[in-house]
Design a binder for this molecule. Sequence first.
Ligand code: PHE
Length: 341
Amino acid sequence: MKEQLEQIRLQALTAMDEAKDAAELDALRVRFLGKKGELTAVLKQMGKLSAEERPIMGQAANAVRAALEEKLEQRKTELQAAALEAQLKAEKLDVTIPGTPVATGYKHPMTKALDEATDIFVSMGFTIVEGPEVELADYNFTKLNTEEGHPARDRSDTFYITEDDSVLLRTQTSPMQIRVMEQMKPPIRIIAPGRVFRKDEVDATHSPMFHQIEGLVVDEGITMGDLKGTLEMLVKKLYGEDSVIRLRPHHFPFTEPSCEVDIQCFKCHGEGCSTCKGEGWIELLGAGMVHPKVLRNCGVDPDEYSGFAFGFGLERLAMGRFKISDLRLIFENDIRFLEQF
Ligand code: PHE
């Protein structure tokens, strides 16, 4: 019996040492120490022993049980530690691995062009105002000295909203001149950016919706020289200090005198190339001195005040600024195009 006990002890201790996880260890506990376990089976034979042998064997069996229990505890702790170690290793975070990039958006080239232009005007003391895209024909035309019957009012050019043609999608930002002068007293120094609408077919340089920035300055003693200086400043800041502009006589109903302003081609510097279509100059905007009739229409005395106004297309500005060759790219929202800015 003594040998049996010794055999169990050796077998159990070796097996426990070799157990690889908690489940294996528990199986061993059941196998040796459980109710139907090997040690229990030996103890059940105690009854057959003599009275002298019984306590000796009892002691020996208890010693084996104690040794096994101690081993069990020790291995349990060891296996737990090993399991934790393995888990920590498996879950280890490498903070030096580059993260998954977050896709950030970009400012649209039109927004960039608008930001650049407004920054320049704000630095010259202009205030930014905005007005309605659905406008009264009165503001879009009549008060701008563009009477009924004027070709610009033709239905083939303008999106009218009402049957009687009294409400329309503004064809220009110039009605903001009227709205501002009706609400502010001079000195006035504003720009008014926004969408305008004309019945144009879409092509590389035309769209039925585009953006303009209107400018208006009204004060005592404002001259064409102020207009030229302001626009020269704008162009130098936008296109570089060596930019050259020229004023070409033109006609607008609401300015007198009127002009169109060209910039000397920034690519060929006046030589003539594909960008300026051989002209050497690129048309930038329309401008002029606010017509006395327009001032009067808004309750401003032309004998006391004078002013200049200008209006330019923001798409054309963005196209020149960012070398965009086709207007349609600006509105298509193709990410491959937008990503480049
Ligand atoms: N509104 C004119 C246009 O759309 C431009 C302009 C604005 C001309 C202000 C003179 C003064 O063509």
